[in-house]
Design a protein around this ligand. Structure first.
Ligand SMILES: [Zn+2]
Length: 118
């Protein structure tokens, strides 16, 4: 892969990372190891009846899958950035061919080429 394209994709990955972290930090807390995020239980100061508490539990349960999906994407983005720094970026994990440029531009964190995509 040429250096120019790699730099461009690295910039994209860093932007995605920033926006994922922003989204996550709105309702989740970053764990001590710096990788895992935990959804915060929403708790309103003035929430003291059962109806309001039920709403909070529901809100929390709705957030969990959102948090999970964002966290998974963030992990993929981080590992793509790692692959850039050890020069193994842009190679399909499955067939070891170079991943198509068009595919990387749409999904810079991808691990597989168009033939092997899951
Ligand atoms: Zn492949």
């Amino acid at each position: 892969m040429n250096q120019e394209l790699q730099n461009e994709l690295k910039g994209k990955l860093e932007e995605i990372k920033k926006s994922l972290e922003n989204e996550l930090s709105a309702f989740a807390t970053k764990g001590k190891d710096g990788n895992d995020w935990e959804t915060r239980f929403p708790h309103e100061e003035n929430c003291d009846d059962i109806e309001c508490e039920t709403d909070e539990v529901e809100e929390y349960e709705n957030l969990l899958p959102v948090e999970h999906a964002l966290e998974l994407r963030l992990k993929d983005v981080n590992s793509a950035l790692e692959r850039i720094s050890n020069n193994s970026y842009g190679v399909c994990e499955n067939c070891h061919n170079e991943i198509e440029k068009e595919r990387l531009e749409i999904l810079p964190e991808t691990r597989t080429c168009n033939n092997c995509k899951i």
